[in-house]
Design a protein around this ligand. Structure first.
Ligand code: FUB
Length: 338
């Protein structure tokens, strides 16, 4: 017979996908999602993972990304639009390889895309590109931001109008090579593993044009409950990479990845530049080696954008997700088990 089988009306309808904690898009691999509310929508600035065929190593050579796709959603559960390539490595005059985790900001009618990429000497620097629209295309400045180094820029705009860039990442992110004030190509490939204060993220206030540092970059301090700096050996709490700043009820929350222990954790301070006091775990390890996030408020609820490797099972081919971030009455963040 050519008659189509009758629908089995007794069978349960397929379960609706839970709206949260599912890959947001599957047409390309994406990671390191920096989310922002621009023009009434959620814009996401992720890394665009590709299969470059480079073997996995502790320097992250397998993360050989070459462009950014910018995404948007009308609402947290809404359709995701892929706006296509917003910036290509071939259009960054000083770039060598590895376009890693970006972030974005808006000021005075201009959108700014901040991106880490290795220069032609294989040293990570942070660049900036501009556009009149949040989806780009973005045009890169001719040189990296003077005084920038390492990876993972996160730009926070405070309620008083000041903007700050947090940045840095260990191992492949090269932060351990900047301990003498200049790049040291002969420095160890990893941070010290002994009981010395941990290396930390850097913060620099941005100039009014958002393209330079306004004054010296500082290393932030992250302290334990006794007011002592976290130690390099304290790998479940010390900073590794992927910093993000948000403000909640007047307090500054600096959150980050612990890298080789695969946690997202946070520390708080009364000021945007610290010192910060370690508070706890935001998210337990996801599938895949890296863990990287952003946090935004939308319609009175807080959300965390993050990634895992659900679609590929490969650490270098990730997919971004979002889930709700819940707080205790004291403002502390409840730990998410992804
Ligand atoms: O995507 C490349 C790198 O992996 C990022 O810069 C890190 O934060 C980690 O997610």
């Amino acid at each position: 017979t050519t008659e189509a089988p009758k629908a089995d009306t007794t069978a349960a309808a397929p379960a609706a996908k839970p709206p949260l904690s599912q890959p947001l898009i599957s047409n390309i691999y994406t990671a390191d999602p920096s989310a922002h509310l621009f023009e009434g929508k959620i814009y996401i600035y992720p890394s665009h993972d590709i299969e470059a065929g480079i073997p996995e190593n502790d320097k992250g050579d397998h993360f050989a990304m070459r462009d950014y796709h910018i995404l948007s959603m009308d609402s947290i559960n809404g359709k995701v639009t892929d706006h296509g390539v917003g910036l290509d490595i071939k259009d960054i005059p000083w770039a060598g390889r590895q376009l890693w985790a970006p972030d974005a900001a808006f000021k005075n009618g201009t959108y700014y895309l901040y991106f880490p990429v290795k220069d032609k000497q294989d040293v990570f620097r942070i660049g900036v590109a501009t556009s009149k629209t949040p989806a780009g295309p973005f045009k890169a400045e001719a040189t990296p931001i003077a005084g920038s180094f390492s990876i993972d820029p996160a730009v926070f705009q405070d309620t008083d109008g000041n903007s700050y860039m947090y940045f840095g990442g260990l191992w492949g992110g090269q932060l351990q090579r900047w301990q003498k004030g200049a790049y040291d190509a002969n420095a160890p490939e990893k941070e010290p593993s002994t009981d010395v204060p941990a290396l930390n993220a850097r913060v620099g206030k941005l100039s009014a044009d958002m393209k330079h540092f306004d004054g010296p970059v500082q290393e932030i301090k992250i302290l334990d409950e006794a007011g002592k700096p976290l130690l390099a050996s304290d790998t479940k709490r010390r900073f590794f990479e992927g910093g993000w700043m948000h403000k909640y009820q007047g307090k500054y929350y600096f959150s980050y990845s612990t890298g080789d222990t695969h946690l997202l954790v946070y520390a708080t301070s009364a000021t945007p530049t610290g010192p910060f006091t370690y508070q706890g775990v935001i998210m337990q390890p996801v599938q895949g080696w890296t863990t990287h996030h952003s946090i935004i408020e939308k319609d009175g609820k807080w959300y965390i954008f993050y990634h895992d490797t659900q679609l590929s099972g490969k650490t270098w081919l990730r997919n971004i997700k979002v889930t709700e971030l819940k707080r205790r009455a004291d403002g502390g963040i409840e730990t998410i088990v992804p």
